[in-house]
Design a protein around this ligand. Sequence first.
Ligand SMILES: *[C@@H]1O[C@H](CO)[C@@H](O)[C@H](O)[C@H]1NC(C)=O
Ligand SMILES: *[C@@H]1O[C@H](CO)[C@@H](O)[C@H](O)[C@H]1NC(C)=O
Ligand SMILES: *[C@@H]1O[C@H](CO)[C@@H](O)[C@H](O)[C@H]1NC(C)=O
Ligand SMILES: *[C@@H]1O[C@H](CO)[C@@H](O)[C@H](O)[C@H]1NC(C)=O
Ligand SMILES: CC(=O)N[C@H]1CO[C@H](CO)[C@@H](O)[C@@H]1O
Length: 331
Amino acid sequence: MKLVFLTFLVACCCATGANEIFTGGNFRPNNEDILNSYQLKSSRRNDKNALPDLLTLSSELGLKAFYLLAQRAGLDSMLRGTDSLTVFAPTNSAFDRLPQNVKASLHDPEVLNRVLLYHIIPKELKSGSLQNNKVIKTANNSTVRVNVYENQEAGQDKVTTINGSPVYKKDQLAENGVLHVVDKVLFPLTKGTALQYLTQDMATYSQTVKLLEAAGVENTLNQTTAHTFLVPTNAALEKLDPAQLRHLMNDSKTASQIMKRHILQDVTFHVGFFDNEKVKTLGDNSKELTVLVGPGGMEVNGNGTFSRVLIADVPVTNGVVHVVDTLLYKP
Ligand SMILES: *[C@@H]1O[C@H](CO)[C@@H](O)[C@H](O)[C@H]1NC(C)=O
Ligand SMILES: *[C@@H]1O[C@H](CO)[C@@H](O)[C@H](O)[C@H]1NC(C)=O
Ligand SMILES: *[C@@H]1O[C@H](CO)[C@@H](O)[C@H](O)[C@H]1NC(C)=O
Ligand SMILES: *[C@@H]1O[C@H](CO)[C@@H](O)[C@H](O)[C@H]1NC(C)=O
Ligand SMILES: CC(=O)N[C@H]1CO[C@H](CO)[C@@H](O)[C@@H]1O
């Protein structure tokens, strides 16, 4: 184990620029390390008393970025303590993929503390307790949303996500709880409801909000009942001819029919969709949407229109927003 750890550090230090926050690490996911340490430690898994604490476990699993940042955030005593916890620990590459400005913000110990606390649940939740659409309170009194997608294409396992971030390795046991490895760094749901997310950026969504109001569905985007919201931008609406858009804004019946078809019944993050999946909307049930998932991203096929998903997986308190570049139905 020591050898693996050292090799890992050496590999990282050679590969990197010096001013990275993760102690200079350009951390890559290192599945081999995870597997190696796993085999080394598996013999003691039978004896609960011999289990490592959560912080040590993260190190043993090769989650060096989490291990180092948790200490920098002052969370070592919590993760080594006696209270039962659940930790959603991001992979090294999840930290690595964060935008530069977000990495820079994590230099502030208070921000880092808040972000990492958001990955900790103050009780033990094994994967069996992670049920679809369950909202759970984090150690910081915020919430995360769990989704379990069973309905995958044949041959695929079910996928569990936390705020849309797939759980990549589940149920790693520690003496003081359980650790699940996730594929993204999680951020508190500061964006409010789907409607509040839009109204915070009127430069992009002013027309969209007007259309939602004309359609009388703006409250559906501001309620606690959770859905998936496919949201066109102003630019998407401006693809319509101006007279058509004016007419739509003044025709609440058509606007309502169209905008309800932009709201999906269930909360589905990107990884929860499969290619060519037909999804139900809040509109007339006979009018399904088809979601196309490919290497280039996600598209939604309404009635002869193909909308590209510009931004996927914006977690909001009442579900998830995917931003689309074209209105899904022609008025
Ligand atoms: C979280 O909320 C509970 C009550 O709901 C309160 O007792 C506790 O102090 C809060 N913790 C934080 C970190 O705000
Ligand atoms: C959404 O709901 C909140 C609280 O219920 C309310 O304060 C707000 O005015 C509503 N509308 C928008 C656009 O945020
Ligand atoms: C809006 O609709 C009303 C009747 O439904 C009509 O009288 C009015 O001219 C319309 N306005 C525009 C700008 O289309
Ligand atoms: C699809 O759009 C055409 C016009 O382009 C319209 O006549 C037809 O009723 C629409 N069908 C559905 C299912 O919305
Ligand atoms: C909702 C809540 O309690 N938020 C707190 C999370 O933790 C940070 C610092 O650790 C506080 O500043 C927040 O107020």
